[in-house]
Design a protein around this ligand. Structure first.
Ligand SMILES: Cc1ncc(C[n+]2csc(CCOP(=O)(O)OP(=O)(O)O)c2C)c(N)n1
Ligand SMILES: [Mg+2]
Length: 344
């Protein structure tokens, strides 16, 4: 198969092998992702939860990319903003809220960590650490392990564009490239690393250009377009599964909210800039595409949104009413058990 060495190839959307029911499911997941995200913001502003890190605007990139993987054999190293990835893989809104509240049943850490440190063993989602980009060498290692075991799984590894300026990115991508490990490095380029716009983070015009330095294909795609993102990632997954090694995919998108509930984005970007990107809202775009294709109509979209709103309300209540962790359990899973509680 022809390999585009480094060049940032622009993908065009369109034809897809995804059946109508699957597309509707993806649309529902996008709407749910948005509703969960907005609810987390509301809960934080009410003082009910401590922290949130919004993904509003990045739903198409997340849901389009993950649709190209096979959840029965692939491995996933998502990053904190990937609510859409996690809901696609079977996490529930209640699970996300349990993490927000820090409840006992929080599937990530039983309420020990900040939310968004994803973990879902049944879908081979491997939990990450808070320093950005540390999942990239982990993903490379998992790709190499799959090769050694002779398994045909492919690894999904996502991160923001700011994280591509970190040493872990270089080490992980280089190692995977040299070994032709089956890893898709998926960059959600949302234009900012907290307050730092692109031009303050990197001297290249596009993250995809970085691929040339590793001798792997680099592709840049409209990350607000589900079909375009899916098509590019799907090709990359096929290459990886065929033994042709990793690809760096850059999904160009935009974070419509502040970096986190602790950030005031009025300090570094204009409201006009946000309004421009909001015109390209990925959910609205996908809805219009599905209506044009006859897969969805306005009445069905409204019914679906109402269903999702009820589901998110019920999930919020369930998480709010769930039990807190026991104080006495605070150090469980932190230190080796069976000793004196201090790992000795
Ligand atoms: C090594 C390290 N440095 C700094 C931080 C603080 N931090 C958290 S998110 C973030 C921005 C990352 O930007 P990007 O990779 O573009 O992802 P985005 O948040 O925009 O999705 C920073 C600097 C961190 N978590 N780890
Ligand atoms: Mg960013």
């Amino acid at each position: 198969m022809a390999r585009k060495q480094g060049a940032a190839a622009e993908a065009r959307a369109p034809a897809t092998d995804l059946p109508a029911e699957r597309l509707l499911g993806m649309y529902r997941t996008m709407v749910t992702t948005r509703a969960v995200d907005e609810r987390m913001w509301l809960l934080q502003r009410q003082g009910a939860i401590a922290f949130t890190i919004p993904c509003k605007g990045q739903e198409a990139a997340q849901i389009g990319a993950v649709a190209a993987f096979d959840p029965s054999r692939d491995w996933f190293y998502p990053y904190y903003r990937d609510v859409g990835v996690m809901l696609s893989l079977g996490m529930t809104p209640r699970d996300v809220f349990l993490g927000g509240f820090g409840k006992f049943d929080d599937p990530e850490s039983g309420g020990r960590q900040m939310p968004y440190h994803w973990s879902l063993p049944k879908a081979r989602v491997v939990t990450g650490s808070s320093p950005v980009a540390t999942q990239i060498p982990h993903a490379a290692g998992t790709g190499m392990a799959l090769q050694l075991k002779g398994e045909d799984g492919v690894v999904f590894c996502s991160f923001g564009e700011g994280s591509t300026s970190k040493g872990d990115f270089h080490e992980g991508v280089n190692f995977a490239a040299v070994r032709k490990a089956p890893v898709i490095f998926f960059c959600e380029n949302n234009q900012y690393a907290i307050s730092e716009g692109l031009e303050k983070q990197m001297a290249v015009r596009s993250v995809a250009e970085r691929a040339a330095a590793y001798g792997i294909p680099g592709e840049s795609v409209d990350g607000n377009d589900v079909f375009a993102t899916y098509a590019v990632v799907r090709r990359a997954v096929e290459r990886a599964r065929a033994g042709d090694g990793p690809t760096l995919v850059e999904a160009r998108t935009y974070r419509l909210m502040a970096h986190s509930s602790g950030d005031d984005d009025r300090n570094y970007r204009t409201r006009e800039e946000i309004a421009e990107w909001a015109k390209k809202d990925p959910i609205q775009l996908f809805k219009e595409q599905l209506i044009r294709q006859g897969v969805l109509d306005e009445a069905r979209a409204q019914a679906l949104s109402a269903e999702v709103a009820d589901e998110v309300d019920a999930a919020t209540d369930a998480a709010e009413q769930a039990p807190w962790p026991e104080v006495a359990d605070a150090t469980r899973f932190v230190y080796a058990e069976g000793g004196n509680g201090r790992g000795r």
